[in-house]
Design a protein around this ligand. Sequence first.
Ligand code: NAG
Ligand code: NAG
Ligand code: NAG
Length: 377
Amino acid sequence: MAVDLDKIASHYLALLTARRSRAILVPIIVIAVIFTLISITDRAYQQPSINIERASETEDITDWSKFAYIQYATSSEHLCNAVMLLQSLHHLKSRADRVLMYAAEMLPDPKDMDGGGSQEGELLVKVRDEYGVKLVPIQVQHGDTADDTRTDSYTKLLAFNQTQYERVIAIDSDTTLLKHVDELFHLPPCPIAMPRAYWLLGNDTTKETFASHFLVIQPDKYEFDRVQRAMKLAAADEYDMELSNKLYHDTAAVLPHWPYTMLSSELCETNHTLYLGPDAKEWDPAVVMSQVGTIRFSDYPVPKPCKYWTADDGQNFIRMEPKCEMKRRKHKNKEGGHDKEEDCSGRDAWRELYADFKARKAVSHQLSSNSFRCVIL
Ligand SMILES: *[C@@H]1O[C@H](CO)[C@@H](O)[C@H](O)[C@H]1NC(C)=O
Ligand SMILES: *[C@@H]1O[C@H](CO)[C@@H](O)[C@H](O)[C@H]1NC(C)=O
Ligand SMILES: *[C@@H]1O[C@H](CO)[C@@H](O)[C@H](O)[C@H]1NC(C)=O
C-alpha cells in the first residue's frame, strides 16, 4: 500500500517537473491558491462578528464607569423616591453608575461618615455605602423667584453638568422601573434623546412634543451653558418639559416610547392607538407589563403613590381603576363558537403597580432610622 502511494506520488512529481505539464499545472495551482486565499479572507471578515457575539455572552468589554443613571432630590419626600428608583436599578443589576444629586443642605459633605445628624443625611450615607450610589451635592435650581414651583423640574437638567460621564439617563422618580435600560447608553451620538409625549400625538399642533420624564443626555459644558441661560430667561409657566422642547425640538433623537416608557393611565384607556400605533395588535396587559421598561404614575385626579392620600383620593382611586372587559375566549366551545369571559388583567396590573410602589416605599422608610418623613399610606 505504502509502496503504491509512493509510486503514485513520485509519478505526479515527475509530471509536475516535466516542462510541458508545468505549463498547464502552474496556472491551475496559482488559481487554486488565489481561491483558497479569498475564502480565508472571507472567513476573516466574518470572524469579528462572531467574536463580538461571543464577547457579549461571556465578557463585557464596555467601560460602564462612563455611564450613569442620575436621580435628584430637592426635598426629603423626593429623596425617598429617588432612593427607591436607585434601589430598583441595583436589584435589576444595571451595570452603569448611579448618581444622586441632592440639595447640599441635606449633607454638606458627601464623604461624611454618619450623616451629620439629619435623617436625610443618614439615608444618603446609607445608599452611598450600601448601594454604591455616588453623591453629588448641588444648589437647587430656581426660576426667577425663590418659591418657584419649577425648582424641582429644572434641577433635573443639572444632569448636563455631570461631565465626568459620557452619557447619563435621568428618569423621573414618580416611576416604576420594570427593566433597566442599559442599552440606551449605546445610542448614536446626540445631545439628548427623549420619547414623544405620545398622549398628545392625536393633535396636529402638539404631536411633535417631547416628554421630559425620561432623558438620555450627553453631559457637555456648552449644552449646560445653553440650558442655564434658558432657565434664567424662562417664563413663569415654563417647566423642564417646555424648556427641553424649546432647546432641543429640532436636534433631539426620538426615543421610542414603546417599549421604554408608558403612563399608568394607559392601563385605563380603552383605545390604545396613540400608544401602540394604528396597526397595533390586540392590547394584552400581561404582555405589555412583561415588555415595558418604565411606567410613570399619571392618573389624574389620583395623586402619585408617593403622596399622602386622603379618603377622597382613595375614592378616586376606586373610580379611576381600569374596567374589566368581556373578551372572546381563545378556544372554541362545543358548538364551534367562542364564549366570552371577563378579563380583569388590566385592572389587576394597575392595582399591583400602586401596591408595589407603596410596599417599596414602606421598605425604604425602614431603611432610614426611625421617623424619616417618607410619606406612606
Ligand atoms: C457644574 O459642575 C461643576 C464641576 O463639578 C461645579 O463646580 C458647578 O458648581 C456645577 N454647576 C452647577 C450649577 O451645579
Ligand atoms: C390641539 O392642541 C392645541 C394646543 O394645545 C389646542 O389649542 C387645541 O384645542 C387642540 N385641538 C384639539 C382638537 O384637541
Ligand atoms: C382610537 O383613537 C384613534 C386616535 O385617537 C382614533 O383615530 C380611532 O378612531 C379610535 N378608535 C376607536 C375604535 O374609537
